[in-house]
Design a protein. Sequence first.
Lengths: 279, 557
Amino acid sequence: MKGIEFFRNVSIGRYVDVDSPVHRLTPVAKYLWLMAIIIPVSVSSSTAAVLACSIIALACTVLAHVRLGFLLRGFVPVLPLFGIAAVFQALLSWPGDASPILVAIGPASLSMREMMAIASMALRFVAMMLAIGLFTSVTTEGDTARGVEDLFAPLSLLGFPARGFALTIAVAFRFIPIVAGEFESVVKAQAARGADFGSGARGPIRKARAYLPLIVPVTIRALERAEALGEAMEARCYGVGPATRYVRSVGSTADTMARIGAVMFAVAALAGPLILGLH
Amino acid sequence: MSLVTIQSLSFTYPGSSTQALSDINLSLAPGEYIAVVGANGSGKSTLIRCLNGLLVPPPGTVCVDGFDPAEPSGRVGARKAMSVVFQSPSDQIVASIVEEDVAFGLENLGVPYDEMHSRVDGALGAVDLLAERHRSPRFLSSGQQQRLAVAGALAMRPRVVAFDEATSMIDPNGRAAILGLMDNLVSSGITVIHVTHDMDEAARAQRIVVLSEGRLVFTGTPERLFASRDLDGYRLELPRSYDAALKLGLEPHAGEDAAGLGKRAARACGMDVLAMISRLEPAASPADGSPAGVTAFSVRDASMSYSAETAGGRPAVQRASIEIPAGTLVALVGKTGAGKSSLLQLLDALAIPDSGSVVSLGNTTSDRSADLRSLRMRAPLAVQRPESAIFEAYVGDEVAFGPRNQGIRGAGLVERVEAALDAVGLPFQTYRDVLTRTLSGGMKRRLALASILSLDPEALLLDEPTAALDPATRRDVLSLIQSYARQGRTVVMSTHSMDEAALADMVIVMREGAIAASGAPDTVFGDAWDESWGIGRPFSWTMAGAAKDELNMEAVR
């Protein structure tokens, strides 16, 4: 459909419904592997560790029967961000960078070291996006929330509201399409009365004024719907006492192995390069 | 022994100076079926919320199954004993899988795993949703979603189930299913409280409670209420079958359906019955001054789908073709999800067809050079619940938003605003400086309509303009639409009420995105009628059909 539509821009329901060893893991194992990849990719200074993470993410994608192209399409919206970061890498020189200059345009130049930095950043970027994309492809909305509850279950002994936290995530998932729908409905209602968003208005205040017909009703409606959902939850005895759970996330031995594997991999990826002196 | 007791219950919202409920006294027996009726804003929903402690009533005024919802501990007991099914199907779904949503209440109560599973199975079976248990609620129809909400309530094993306008946002078939579920509950000994605007639904109850401005003004059998002369004062109306029986000179039976009345009428009146029934229909008043032969909207082989590029994309309109002559009042009917809203958006150029074409008031909407903004203002669309788009602080400014966008200023603007507000029954002098947020639900709907009428449009596109309104406001809005159409302007409105559709010049039936039938109401609800549309017939048609069958049966005998 052309015209006015917002659902298209809301990326939920990316879950790929197939059976695979990766899909069969419990949400906790999936979360642990997600973190085992993301943490080293973000903090490790070792290219070898980042490379290992990328390979693991790629291997899991193959194992999960998720098409790589499907995951890569998820990158598109964040590419501009990556582009900006790359430009900064190229423009801002390291003090004492003595590596050979590869390209020079006017005062700006790209040295070998900068080139390597950009490549390493790209690798981190791909590994991270792949891991996140894969996680959402193999985990249902319900499991995403339940996984948080399971992950924080040990802390709930100390009074941490694990279930409440998980429910917050579940409700947030429910609200994405609701708010998008409200937004679309209000935009259409105002467009039918000749509202013209964004075009023509200059200056931040006038621009903001042009969006007033949207912001006020969308905020009110979102709050009203949140209240309605809150009432429905309360009416169904939410928060009255210790809760049980309809879905059990009990894993097999393979799942336990996967959890241990995730922790060991993360430790190895973080500590390994330091011990071996790799850089 | 009463299950629910309400004694001198008064309730005032914090910050409000008027009482939302005032000195209510009522008691309900186990297995009783009561209907609560009253105008928008009469306190019906407030009453339900006081019963299960969503609002905290004064201590000692409410007792549900022995629990006082004013106390924190009593609140839990009251909520266990009384489940509520709310108005909006999608606003009460918490989980992302059907069966997990049914289990939500049980999880909260700490019901053990095995028992939880057997209760969920039972509840899903009772509402006929077992086949959908592993699906996402998002992909259910609104009728199915509402049945899911009932399942969530049933799983709690309540002694009372309250339905708070739970049938007002779903299509006729979904509505019939919910009413059937209510009957099942009552026969299994559960008390049902049914808050509704639909007097035909209310007439099915054993007892009716009428609220007016927060006061309980009537409680008694439906027969007694309908025989009393106070209905207009309560802003209510007679159920259709009751009204029709009176007009046919028969003894009215509260809760009788169209078919039942038709058969009875055939037995009582013999061969004259069909002519008598046809006289019940208000004669359609032809529009004056409509330009003959001019086409307002022309849809040719148009298709469109939502999120076409993604895996979840679905077709909304499929190869639809229809010509709508200028000056006609068109009713658009079909089940929820049949594509009514999408077709209206195509006509208003808020959506552009993926293939085929739509010509609105002479403009091809897919034409890149078409001025869609001014086209939309010539044929504005009031979306569902248009009051949700109100954003200005004052009534006058809200109505002036449209004409201002058309470039109208000064005296001309005032004139437009005044005419529009007067037309919807919110006199300009009284309402121009009233804060929009202080208006009642019905007034907000009328304000939303005024704010598109002020565009002085050539055509009006209305998406379910009468949904969720009380009988009196509904009548006002309908007569407003009819009088607008009588000026020779085009109106296309979607509706779930076939009785409203029968008032139109032309009815378009949609099924699964395609146009299944179109023509005069006589044709569509007569010879062209097809059961598979899933929409039901207007009251008098159902009645006439049943009467005909009865006459044929007698002839055979």
